[in-house]
Design a protein around this ligand. Sequence first.
Ligand SMILES: Nc1nc2c(c(=O)[nH]1)N[C@H]1C(S)=C(S)[C@@H](COP(=O)(O)O)O[C@H]1N2
Ligand SMILES: [Mo]
Length: 449
Amino acid sequence: MVDLSKKPGHLRRAPENFLSEEQVKAVGAGRRDFLRKSFLAAGAAMAAPLVARADAAGDPDILNLPPWTTSLGLPVATNPYGQPSKYESQLLRRESPGLTRVGGASVSFCPLQGLFGIITPSGLHFERHHQGWHDVDPSKHRLMINGSDPAFLKQPKVYTMDQLMRLPPVSRIHFIECGANTGLEWGNVAVPTVQYTHGMLSCSEFTGVPLKTLLEDCGVDYKKARYVLAEGADGSSMTRTIPMEMVENGEVIVAYGMNGEMLRPENGYPLRLVVPGVQGVSWVKWLRRIEVGDMPYATKDEAVHYIDLMPDGMHRQYTSIQECKSVITSPSGGQQLLETGFYNVTGVAWSGRGKITRVDVSFDGGINWKTARLEGPIQNKALTRFNIDWVWDGKPAILQSRAIDETGYVQPSYGQLRAVRGTKSIYHNNAIQSWKVVESGEVSNVQVL
Ligand SMILES: Nc1nc2c(c(=O)[nH]1)N[C@H]1C(S)=C(S)[C@@H](COP(=O)(O)O)O[C@H]1N2
Ligand SMILES: [Mo]
């Protein structure tokens, strides 16, 4: 039971940390005002013992009718493709000022600190391009399916988009996380906000045809063809090997839909591979070819990239599954608690091996843990939202979340992760994130071993 009798605390939800001083002040003031008003409204409606209710009587914003109550609204056709409110214009994908763009190679991070629930709005889905993006003409786009040996597949085929979209589709909610997400944290804690520490992460409902349906349509021989190579149509020659077991169980989707509409161009329009639980790089965008073979292909994107340098100097390869991980998205780095009192602490958890079964939260840097509320539905290989009540007493605190998945795997601390993996990796960092709150209420990124 949520105890609403506690005085509500107020949060400055700075959308990111690289705004000018004035912008930060403006956003802070706006949000403070907004939050104050919503608490007043809630108090009036529910007659709950909210402290804020006492001021409500004289609040001009409830006494005076605003223009939107006393004038005509805009007609429907003003905004034929809907846009967010102008008051939300700071919530954007952002490129990290600390990362250099090399040619078309770029990344933009998802603003996790401002999102609710588990679905990432399509316009805020993170982007990672090895060689820029294209708005591909769907009438010219083709998908070829072939075998590296004629014995692996009876009938190679080339599909048009129309042909693919006539086949029986599935729709499933899955997260996608770049293997390099949280990569900078291996070395330091210089990354200020959750947008940059964890924002190469998104979750959508994807619609498309199971790859299994297409391979069987081409007469695949599962006994001989044990691997699949996926190839993109962009200039990066993106190619990744996927083990056939992942295809045979029906999970891999040749997707054209995202959140109920066609994919956005940045995310692979008109066709991308969805490989649930596997790092983002295997989710080949602008998918143009699938080849089946009898061994891993060892392409540039898997032999040299997305591998981990282990403490013994050996490279760890083909570790594509994103292990169980979680992060508190609010309060998080760059935000500020403006007062003591009640706060809802919220975040997301996910695992490449299945469903999330539990998330524990600590407010004292991992000494004591409390189990958070998981908000349903809890889906396979999808983000899971968690919430937990917290009353901030004004003293320093360290907020952490630790997720557990259905295999029983527990998200490791930095100490546990580094004991196995050392410090030379760039990829596959799933350690527990810590946000430190100081007396002024400022929240920052710290590492706790
Ligand atoms: N064809 C192609 N597919 C690609 C890429 C690319 O550059 N080209 N980037 C990959 C990487 S590294 C990631 S993390 C995801 C990012 O998907 P998104 O841009 O939709 O978030 O796409 C993958 N698929
Ligand atoms: Mo990636």
